[in-house]
Design a binder for this molecule. Structure first.
Ligand SMILES: Cc1cc2nc3c(=O)[nH]c(=O)nc-3n(C[C@H](O)[C@H](O)[C@H](O)COP(=O)(O)OP(=O)(O)OC[C@H]3O[C@@H](n4cnc5c(N)ncnc54)[C@H](O)[C@@H]3O)c2cc1C
Length: 643
């Protein structure tokens, strides 16, 4: 953690100094906001947390509920989400609180006695070591709490405006070409709680982000519709405290029996567990009958399915009948498809507002958070004048494709889960599918295609372990200044900054100047270009009074062991002077670990490479050390000239 650079910090260093709109934030919703987030679910909360790192952006989040979510909804947290929590600073805390999935058991009818079930498989949850982060189970409400804490401790100090619901919006016709800082969206809101309950107001917003769930009003207000499954599939879901002789009561299980299917999820805390009991397809003329399925009926079915074992339920913390279909909207913003070149979007939708899927793959919350993260840094960068509004077009393009892939996967997985074992190609088919496809539900298969923020694969061979368009797969290195072992990617905070990882060529760093100031290595040449050339992104987009690393955080990794050099030997651009006192920051200088060499592990050329990573942890591009002009051109396409 980096602090004391602006003076001694005695209190919790995670509480950053308030700035911009974070200073004397008005209690009540102002008449004008730059960004209005609608809904404080996972998509809304991560968006608010990210925008709280852009204090110059006046962002607010309204929520129709009168207070925080207390219980229910999702609990499955994929490794990619824990990786994201690392950037928001609470991965370790939530890992301590959560249940860790290490194995998954598969139970099927006992061929000797089909009335009963037996365990038929028990693969590792992460057979291939796809991530250093665990697959966790924690209740959605707790995830929202952690994001809320990050948001209120960030310079923007964003907190939810509870008890206010979104009613409708209208975008001024001239909005298309109005500057990003304009407020052309008129939003009607209504108070749902407190002494102003029932009162309606019109507020002006620059941008609206609809994070208002499966029945999104923001979606309908921009004329977007959900298409996909007609029929819904219903699950009786219950979070219970019970005694049971079922041997895998504390292991995640897929149970398929003559009497139906169960997805069993042990929960945090050592006792609680969740059971999704399959209630089957919902007939068209069901008239929400299935929703009347009582908890006693859900428990009765569960006991029938897990025979010869049984549940003795002592307490039901939460239960619901959760109906869902696989649906997707045609786009995730208000861009006019008929003339995509015309207007830059002003209204966006995220999460369940634009894609719904079964709970079986545990994706709901996870994908929603990546939507919120994706749009929030882009809005922060545009409204703070760092980028043109063109950047906002990449949101729908990137996330709609991801959601489509997810729904295709979820359809296949939930159909397989509902298929009796004897109808599958072979006994272990379901188990094999689970292990084979693990990287997808874990959230690591998202791959963004070429765009203004994602380069072509021209230089991919320089570091094929960092696929362009996919998330930055961290690895360990050793920090030069204190010999500490560091997971390189874990140091990247969700502070809205870009990252540039410079993997040095063979030459070891040596102090002092080369002959006549000539660079003695490609990394030295790059360093002096980055530090002083007007086309360098560190120079071109730096605003008056800002630290050199205000927009792009630079890290350098040498091939030599840490004992072979020390930070004064390294070019100064990698040890910027920061903060109120211009203190030299030397913690971004690393050495490869001899027995765990990142150059080998990530296929990085020994001639070096530059890996550029965007604020939401996805690899934007890879460049040769000597490609100064190309690096300059890339960032000229991302950042707007400083006014
Ligand atoms: C009852 C239920 C049970 C679920 N169970 C599971 C599960 O077991 N596993 C799983 O993976 N997923 C589950 N999900 C889905 C998962 O919770 C969602 O995929 C995830 O929460 C989506 O996040 P979101 O932020 O898009 O929407 P949501 O979490 O639905 O959040 C939307 C928020 O917007 C607020 N809101 C809605 N309309 C307005 C308005 N007009 N104005 C202001 N605020 C508004 C809502 O109060 C809510 O806080 C469940 C969802 C529900 C509703």
């Amino acid at each position: 953690m980096h602090f004391h650079q602006n003076g001694y910090v005695s209190a919790d260093p995670r509480i950053e100094e308030a700035a911009g709109y974070g200073i004397d934030r008005s209690q009540d919703l102002p008449d004008e906001v730059d960004v209005l987030i609608v809904g404080s679910g996972p998509a809304g909360m991560i968006a608010a947390a990210q925008l709280s790192q852009y204090p110059e952006v006046n962002a607010r989040m309204i929520e129709k509920r009168g207070s925080r979510l207390v219980i229910g909804q999702a609990d499955g947290i994929q490794a990619r989400s824990v990786e994201t929590f690392q950037a928001f600073g609470f991965a370790e805390e939530i890992m301590r609180e959560g249940y860790h999935i290490t194995e998954m058991s598969f139970w099927n009818p006992d061929p000797e006695n089909p009335e009963h079930i037996i365990r038929t498989g028990r693969p590792k949850d992460d057979e291939h070591g796809i991530s250093e982060f665990p697959h966790l189970i924690v209740n959605q409400a707790r995830v929202l709490d952690y994001f809320a804490q990050f948001a209120v401790q960030s310079p923007g100090r964003i907190t939810p405006d509870y008890g206010i619901e979104f009613v409708d919006l209208a975008v001024d016709s001239g909005a298309a070409d109005s500057p990003a800082t304009d407020h052309p969206v008129s939003v009607t809101v209504r108070y749902t709680a407190g002494e102003r309950a029932g009162e309606e107001r019109i507020i002006r917003a620059g941008y609206v982000v609809g994070c208002d769930g499966a029945r999104s009003k923001v979606r309908s207000s921009i004329g977007r519709t959900m298409t996909g499954d007609q029929a819904n599939h219903a699950w009786g879901v219950m979070d219970v405290l019970a005694n049971s002789d079922f041997p895998d009561i504390r292991t995640k299980c897929a149970i398929s029996s003559k009497h139906g299917n169960i997805l069993h999820i042990p929960r945090e805390g050592g006792h609680l567990f969740r059971m999704y009991v399959d209630l089957g397809e919902v007939p068209e003329d069901d008239a929400r009958q299935v929703r009347q399925t009582s908890i006693d009926e859900i428990i009765r079915r569960a006991n029938a399915i897990i025979a010869p074992y049984s549940l003795d339920v002592k307490n039901v913390a939460w239960h619901s009948v959760y109906e869902v279909g696989h649906r997707l909207t045609d786009a995730f913003d208000d861009t006019d498809e008929t003339d995509p070149g015309s207007s830059c979007p002003r209204v966006f939708i995220t999460g369940d507002a634009c894609h719904t899927h079964s709970a079986k793959a545990g994706q709901g919350m996870n994908v929603s958070m990546q939507d919120g993260f994706n749009i929030a840094w882009k809005l922060g960068q545009v409204v703070s004048g760092r980028s043109s509004t063109e950047l906002l077009r990449t949101y729908s393009a990137e996330r709609q494709v991801t959601a489509k892939n997810l729904i295709d996967f979820d359809k296949e997985w939930s159909t397989l889960m509902a298929t009796p074992q004897e109808e599958l190609p072979d006994k272990a088919y379901l188990e094999d599918f689970y292990v084979k496809t693990a990287e997808f539900p874990a959230g690591f298969m998202t791959e963004y295609t070429e765009s203004m923020i994602t380069t072509s694969s021209k230089h991919q061979d320089l570091a094929d372990g960092f696929p362009i368009g996919r998330r930055f797969k961290s690895a360990r290195v050793q920090r030069s200044c204190d010999a500490n072992f560091i997971h390189l990617g874990h140091e990247a905070r969700a502070d809205g900054r870009w990252r540039m990882y410079v993997f040095a060529d063979r030459a070891a760093p040596t102090s002092g100047e080369g002959d006549a100031g000539t660079a003695r290595s490609k990394v030295e040449a790059l360093a002096s270009w980055l530090e002083s050339d007007p086309a360098s992104p560190l120079v071109a987009y730096r605003r008056e009074g800002e630290d050199l690393d205000a927009l792009i955080e630079l890290s350098v990794v040498y091939q030599q062991e840490h004992k072979e050099f020390s930070f004064p030997d390294v070019p100064t651009v990698f040890r910027p002077h920061v903060g109120a006192f211009g203190l030299e920051y030397v913690e971004k200088i690393y050495a490869a670990l001899p027995d765990e060499d990142i150059f080998a592990a990530r296929g990085i050329s020994r001639d070096g490479a530059v890996v550029v990573v965007r604020p939401d942890q996805y690899v934007s591009g890879i460049f040769p050390l000597e490609a100064h002009a190309e690096i300059g051109e890339f960032f000229a396409g991302v950042f707007a000239p400083v006014k």
